[in-house]
Design a protein around this ligand. Structure first.
Ligand SMILES: [Zn+2]
Length: 348
């Protein structure tokens, strides 16, 4: 047998279908997520370098600060491990913790640039160039150049490498800042024969000067904050629901909602999750006995049905318990038999 029942019930397409709601309604927050830890690390690094300003972060659909606003946008999927896995399956470019830390330092460079309006300083322009130079998505990097630090990895046309600093003066500053900020980056030694050293020395001097000062700008208009992201996950990825529904081999929300309801009114309702738990031992024994399927597989299905019933706040009337038990048992048996014969827990 290839995959276990538990794996099939939780394959990523199933999780995708279960999470396929408007992004603004997914309850995502930086607080309590893996991102929070990385943000604390960044704040610690800024603190140790004597920089008083700690940029704020917000969840959105792409990386970056809004134009001249020192608030860092993080893609929403980094706030939840299931969504991170989905992003990785969809686009395959999910950053690990080390890469995230590198990106945070880069974005912090933008934020500090905007918070202190460094881009308007004469020496900044002499060192990095004009801030209002047009932005290009395609440029011809020179991988041998020693005028630029090497930090973020970027693919441009057929060339891929750590050449992001060459994209624009604003990026050049952010990349130089990131290298300067990185603990033990040893930039004085590593870049000693590079002309990029003078940029690093300028950043070093500039940060000592402005670090203790109060920022000039701390806020501004945000671009696509998470509360405004009304597309569902599948709409966000521009994929059709049909295609993923077929691969969601443990997706049971639809059938559960045919049996239990979400909007019981009047009388006191019983939560469907508790109802499933109360009856499961006997049900697992019977279904396993009559189908011949291992009880571990039937148990895995019961876990899924119970968890989804809880997540969807499904309930039933206390007066219909025996009737609902028959309906639920028939459903669970059919799902188990489909798993036995077709390898998936879905009703066609
Ligand atoms: Zn950037």
């Amino acid at each position: 047998m290839s995959s276990s029942a538990k794996e099939i019930l939780n394959n990523w397409e199933t999780r995708l279908m279960e999470w396929n709601k408007p992004i603004s309604e997914l309850g995502l927050k930086i607080e309590g997520s893996a991102i929070e830890k990385i943000r604390s690390r960044l704040y610690g690094e800024l603190e140790r370098k004597g920089i008083r300003f700690k940029p704020k972060f917000y969840l959105t659909d792409t990386w970056g600060c809004p134009d001249r606003v020192p608030v860092i946008g993080i893609p929403f999927y980094y706030a939840n491990p299931v969504l991170s896995q989905i992003e990785d399956r969809m686009n395959g470019d999910l950053e690990d913790e080390h890469e995230l830390m590198m990106t945070f330092r880069h974005e912090a460079g933008h934020a500090i640039n905007y918070a202190y309006r460094l881009y308007a300083l004469r020496e900044w322009k002499e060192t990095f160039g004009r801030f209002d130079e047009p932005y290009r998505d395609f440029f011809r990097p020179n991988p041998q150049s020693r005028q630029f630090v090497k930090h973020l990895y970027q693919q441009v046309g057929s060339y891929a490498g750590r050449i992001y600093a060459q994209k624009h003066p604003d990026e050049d500053f952010a990349e130089t800042f990131a290298v300067w900020l990185t603990p033990r980056s040893n930039w004085r030694v590593k870049y000693r024969n590079w002309s990029a050293l003078k940029k690093l020395k300028y950043v070093d001097r500039l940060m000592k000067e402005i670090g203790p000062k109060r920022p000039l700008v701390t806020n501004g208009g945000l671009v696509n904050p998470i509360g405004s992201l009304n597309l569902t996950l599948l709409e966000h990825y521009n994929k059709s629901e049909e295609r993923y529904r077929q691969k969601a081999q443990g997706y049971v929300d639809d059938v559960l909602m045919e049996i239990f309801s979400t909007n019981g009114k009047g009388e006191k309702r019983i939560p469907a999750a508790g109802f499933i738990d109360k009856n499961r031992n006997h049900m697992v024994g019977m279904i396993s006995h009559w189908t011949g399927e291992k009880s571990s597989s039937v148990n895995a299905l019961m876990d899924k049905l119970r968890d989804r019933a809880r997540e969807l706040s499904l309930n039933l009337s206390p007066h219909r318990q025996s009737r609902k038990l028959i309906e639920f048992t028939a459903l669970a048996t059919a799902l188990v038999m489909n798993y036995t014969y077709e390898g998936k827990f879905t009703i066609n």
